[in-house]
Design a protein around this ligand. Structure first.
Ligand SMILES: [Mg+2]
Length: 318
């Protein structure tokens, strides 16, 4: 069973949610009312052999990623992190020193983003390393931005540059985006607090633009058109294109683990949207259009012809 099908099965099995659930399943974080206050929550897991390779990745970077992946979901809501808890399944023989290094690095990363690690659990087993992190967040004066708010005519933007996040580059030396990225929390909150440019809908790019933009469209009941000529393509994606023979824009759309933000904002936003915030570029890549029976996302290729994400090899399911 595919992950997304399984998740939607879980959501369907709980259709009647109480009023205290203010953001239901299907967004980057859920939210509940606790004592009258909105508390957002997300949980995420990284596993050796799936999200990192323990044999070749420093433990500190694995620990960092376990925290920052979750913080990227906090950014997608424009929320403010409050605290985190972490659980680790350590392979037998992992060793106490490495376990301390792992939790020290999770602590340090969490502190760096004002999201202290307030609890955890460790078990040993005879399989590979798994880390599970839950993060709590609060609106702190800024209404969370949902996936469901995109409107026809909205302009679609992405932050940063996309593609080939697994490739280590020399810019800066040793930088590997999927391990070293900065969750865009501060940027998201600067966008969302400004009513002139506040996103209508937002998601963080974990599976890649080709799969994540359709999630905004589905939740908002709209379609999207994007232009590959406008995509901000990373240095790593150009390197990947040289090696793979595929166009760099395909790496930018499909490689995943960019942990940048994709958001939509009103039609008048291009004249007021900053070109960058805190040094992170903000790029206009397309437009939200009315829902139609055809593909959810239509892509204008470099030669001007039109295609859709499914025909390009990205099958979106749920
Ligand atoms: Mg997400």
């Amino acid at each position: 069973m595919r992950e997304l099908e399984l998740l939607s099965h879980i959501y369907r099995s709980n259709p009647a949610l109480p009023a205290g659930v203010t953001i239901p399943p299907g967004d980057d974080m859920g939210a509940v009312l606790l004592g009258g206050a909105t508390v957002l929550v997300t949980v995420d897991q990284v596993a050796d052999g799936v999200h990192f390779d323990l044999a070749t990745t420093p433990i500190e970077k694995i620990a960092r990623k376990a925290i920052t992946r979750n913080l990227s979901d906090v950014a997608a809501m424009a929320a403010k992190p409050v605290g985190a808890v972490a659980a680790a399944c350590l392979p037998k023989g992992f060793g106490e020193d490495k376990a301390k290094t792992l939790f020290d690095a999770m602590h340090a990363t969490a502190e760096q983003f004002n999201c202290p690690l307030i609890g955890g659990d460790i078990s040993m087993w005879d399989q590979r390393l798994i880390l599970t992190v839950t993060i709590f967040a609060e609106p702190d004066g800024i209404d969370p931005v949902l996936r469901s708010g995109a409107q026809v005519g909205d302009v679609i933007y992405v932050t940063g540059k996309l593609g080939a996040s697994l490739i280590t580059t020399d810019d800066p030396p040793g930088y590997t985006h999927h391990l070293d990225f900065t969750p865009r929390i501060a940027l998201a909150r600067k966008l969302a607090v400004n009513s002139a440019i506040r996103p209508h809908a937002m998601i963080d790019l974990s599976d890649g633009l080709a799969l994540d933009l359709p999630r905004i469209c589905e939740q908002s009941n709209v379609c999207a058109e994007l232009d590959t000529n406008n995509l901000p393509i990373s240095h790593a994606a150009h390197l990947a294109a040289q090696r793979s023979g595929q166009p760099a824009w395909q790496h930018a759309m499909g490689d995943g683990e960019d942990y940048e933000l994709c958001f939509t904002a009103p039609p008048g936003s291009p004249s007021i949207m900053p070109a960058e915030i805190d040094g992170v570029p903000i790029t206009q890549i397309g437009t939200i259009v009315a829902q139609h029976p055809g593909p959810v996302v239509t892509v204008r290729l470099p030669d001007g012809t039109l295609a859709d994400t499914a025909s390009l090899g990205w099958e979106h399911k749920g």
